[in-house]
Design a protein around this ligand. Sequence first.
Ligand code: HEC
Ligand code: HEC
Length: 334
Amino acid sequence: MKFKALGVAVAFALTTAGTAAWAAKVRDEPIQPIEPYKTSNPAKVELGKKLWFEPRLSLSGIISCNTCHNLSRGGTDNLKTSIGHGWKAGPVNAPTVLNSSLALAQFWDGRAANLQEQAAGPIQADIEMNMPHALAVEVLQSIPGYVNEFKAVFGTDKIDVSLITAAIAEFEETLVTPNSRFDKWLKGDDKALNAKELAGWELFKGAGCVACHNGPAAGGTSFQRMGLVEPYQSTSPVEGRAAVTGVDADRFNFKVPTLRNVEMTYPYFHDGEAATLEQAVDIMGRLQLGRKFSEEEVGNIVAFLKTLTGEQPQITMPILPPSSNATPRPDPFQ
Ligand code: HEC
Ligand code: HEC
């Protein structure tokens, strides 16, 4: 008995030593690995997932969050700028929702502090889902399946916008993409990157891209000027951070976008004007760092950027509860 207990103690010591050795192996780099998300509230995530795919949160009855942040396409619509209610075009490119929980704020200009605050915007924005909040609540409240589920998750019969957005935000927290090849390399797997990709990473780091694209998401940690060294030419009326702060010095400052899964999230920049990664890298080199990369250098950086594609969230399509006779009907052509 005594001996066995000792065996357990030794095994435990070995495990802790093993963990320490593994932890020490995570390379000390300006980009850190993304960790899988473990929720403590699966029922809330499940409700949030339903609402994420819920077209009845739009006036037309056909637009959901997933329309523009398609989780089959890296959490984007792959359009220059998004198209919403009434086929209206919005002014900016839809950023990915993958790993957006890791960012310091939401939207290109950071006007929402967090995911819950953000989620209130698109439901009622006329160029997105065009659904007055009161009507969105009325619709969900008229669907018995939702009333039961909100009750189970939040303990109340009364649905409101803050509960809707809290559930959506909880689902979005799960949309992280761990185990990219770059993360495997960061965690000590020397074979995870080939020579070209490694050369791309060294150049990305050495040239100074990491001054802005850093942290686990390789972005999302600061607001920075687009066109730091050379001005950016754009026909877009969008002003960036200045729209939030009212400070002229913040004009054309944008939240540095994440480069995770960037291979999937084309086209690039707030106006979607860069169609390819090669164009985006060339522009970044010239405008942000005053550096003209050779074709080979661009190729190496692009090869590195493609190693940032992680495991995509595995989503089982939710079955949405049917409307009742009392549910307000969609109004697609209003
Ligand atoms: C019509 C297309 C469209 C729909 C529908 C839509 N979005 Fe978006 N979303 C966008 C665009 C465009 C932006 C960028 C707007 C900006 O920065 O000014 C954005 C930004 C975001 C962001 C911020 C990401 C970041 O990196 O800053 C999140 C999170 C998000 N949307 C979640 C949602 C949720 C949740 C829903 C459903 C309730 C939703 N979106 C519906 C187009 C859409
Ligand atoms: C001074 C800060 C800064 C530096 C340095 C910088 N970037 Fe950026 N990067 C940004 C900002 C800000 C944006 C968004 C600009 C916009 O949308 O108008 C961006 C956007 C991008 C995008 C497009 C992402 C998307 O989803 O739209 C790519 C790709 C990119 N950067 C790669 C690089 C590379 C490669 C380097 C180094 C050669 C680099 N960046 C250096 C700040 C920086």
